[in-house]
Design a protein around this ligand. Sequence first.
Ligand SMILES: CC(C)(COP(=O)(O)OP(=O)(O)OC[C@H]1O[C@@H](n2cnc3c(N)ncnc32)[C@H](O)[C@@H]1OP(=O)(O)O)[C@@H](O)C(=O)NCCC(=O)NCCSC(=O)C[C@H](O)C(=O)O
Ligand code: MG
Length: 363
Amino acid sequence: MTRPAKDFFAPLAVGAPAPLREIPARPSRAIHFFDPGNEKMAAKIPDMVGTVDVLLGNLEDAVKAENKEKSRQGLVEIGRATANLGSTAGPTQFWTRVNSLDSPWGLDDLVTLVTEIGDKLDVIMVPKVQGAEDIHYVDRLLAQLEAKAGLERPILVHAILETARGVANIEEICAASPRMQGLSLGPADLAADRRMKTTRVGGGHPGYLVRQDPTRDDLGVPQYDAERTSYQQDLWHYTIARMVDACAMHGIYPYYGPFGDIKDTVACEDQFRNAFLLGCVGAWSLHPVQIKIAHQVFSPSVEDVAHARRVIAAMGDGTGAVMIDGKMEDDASVKQCQVMVALADELAAIDPDLKALYDGIDA
Ligand SMILES: CC(C)(COP(=O)(O)OP(=O)(O)OC[C@H]1O[C@@H](n2cnc3c(N)ncnc32)[C@H](O)[C@@H]1OP(=O)(O)O)[C@@H](O)C(=O)NCCC(=O)NCCSC(=O)C[C@H](O)C(=O)O
Ligand SMILES: [Mg+2]
């Protein structure tokens, strides 16, 4: 059951900071995953600050069971020692993905991280969220820990959709707490939970396709052996579209998750772009090579920004209809243009290269 409206924004523990009324639209085109217990990766983090929108210390899957404590402690050290990382500091947000709530490590992850480096953490990503009950649990616990740590602003929560039950309960998950910042698709766990017959971490599959009808001979007989074009389809279209609608309805942010084929940068870009066009604001980066892809794909192109500005200028008060380059523009298309320009402005505020590009449009 959800809280009544009058209590929704009340702190859940005495001394906890007041929940935010609106989730800030901070650029988060790439959520870059690293294992804080991996010395080679950890050593790279200080130099990555300022080069990526989000650095996420991952404690869950991809960290071996015997290394869980080491990774947790590594994250505490990175949080303490890294300049300009996290909440109030600069353009790079500091997130973590904790272990699942039913695991032996989830509770200690939350207790340790919030009390030790809660002042640096922007968002906690919670995996394998099944329903509102998981968010309610985390919500109360975070409030208690924030009060204990004397934090002055609430840590936000991001849920990964990676079970069929989580997808079925998507609306109640988004609405469960004012801490909810967004949702990510977890395609690998979701595929397993749904019993999909795939073995990949995100991306498409050559077997999931539609094929052109057979051509027919002069007598109208189908030529089943003749060559036919086939088109690969997107396995994740349904889930991403659901996620985008649920997030938009609740004022929070949807993200494509991981793309595991690190070497296939072209298909990664395609998958990210599909998500961008459908309404996602970012994707995960598992390897440094994917950061550039995400930053590029989730930033509007110069052409789109230029067109959007022209439409907005031509539409005046935003009502009516005009012709631009042979196309009709009206109240609805100008709203799409406003979305594009608002995103460009947010990104220009943190990315000097993009600012120069977008400023150059009018020059
Ligand atoms: C995928 C990797 C295991 C590949 O690592 P590696 O073989 O070391 O790659 P390279 O040799 O190309 O690495 C070159 C250098 O870059 C460093 N490196 C690699 N990855 C990272 C990183 N993420 N951050 C920072 N630095 C990184 C290497 O150490 C090399 O350094 P050097 O030798 O000094 O030059 C690896 O990239 C990796 O483990 N990535 C993260 C994987 C991860 O987080 N997985 C979990 C998220 S996906 C998931 O959980 C599924 C989801 O939940 C679902 O259900 O769908
Ligand atoms: Mg997963």
